[in-house]
Design a protein around this ligand. Sequence first.
Ligand code: UT7
Length: 327
Amino acid sequence: MGIKIIATGRYVPERVLTNADLEKMVETSDEWIRTRTGIETRHIADASQATSDMCREAAKNALEMAGIAPSELGAIVVATITPDHSFPNTACLLQEEIGAKNAFCFDLSAACSGLIYSLVTAQALMKMTPNLKYVLVLGAEKLSSIVDWDDRNTCVLFGDGAAAVILEKTDDGNDSIKAYNLGADGACKDILFMPAGGSRMPASLESVQNRKHFINMTGKEVFKFAVNAMVSSSQQAMTDAGVAPDDIKFLVPHQANYRILKAVAQRLDIPEERVYMNLNRYGNTSAASIGLCLDEMVRNNLLQKGDKVLLTAFGGGLTWGSIVLEW
Ligand code: UT7
């Protein structure tokens, strides 16, 4: 038995928010944003679009590439921190939208590490479930719905989008995921979180007035943590897969900040030309970011059979994770 990635898909909303647009909203500059983050534009969903709507477009895209019908999907997993509702889960909403009536459905919450956590979870489920042939995994976020557009420390960083991956169980013994490493540290929960809207602080007039329904971040601490976590997790995954940095065709890191990505690549001894980046166009799309990269790489024919790809991410929780893929 082997679990293979057979298709990818992506969707980003049409509306583009530029650094020049942000200059009109908060006290910032194109120069500051570009030099501190590497971000130039991000895509923002319109008011009528929720996360499941973006998932639908990315899913259709991936199903078309896979050449399978929605009814053939046995499970749908949506990694997101911006679900349409607390419940029902976003995967159920997507299931109905695309007519995947034979799929069981759940969302997974691991912030920016969500796609990596979900791919590992999907592979494990497929290994233990006899009739699970196709699983659809998505990373999708409408971060614009939880960004404080008055807070220059965060509003310049984030964007919206959805990315899809389809896994198939095959008869040969080769898995796409050669090794993985996942981790978490709940002691760092307060450096990247959203204070209200859950059972700890339900929505109230006071929570809204005190701006508690937005991303709250201690940027510098997250930066340091991100570099250390992605480096050590990547090293562990490479060791477990029996590969060296030279064997990695592409490093695909969570697209948080150009300076974070550069520091990770340097410490892993992977030259920058082998680091895939699109954060200049999309900003940080949390769980969607690695999937948006993968789909661009696939559709631009950057990946050949046998190529080793290292995915690595960190996010709120804090969580982190890495996967060594063989394409
Ligand atoms: O998916 C995970 C999500 N989070 C992250 O990836 C965030 C990781 N952290 C970072 O990317 C960086 O820490 C930031 C980009 C958020 C900030 O960069 P920094 O180099 O750590 O800047 P800083 O926080 O030290 O701020 C430097 C200065 C401050 O001014 P003072 O106190 O030195 O006068 C900030 O107030 O820059 C100021 N500043 C801004 N200035 C213009 C902060 N945001 C902005 C802004 N425009 N948008």
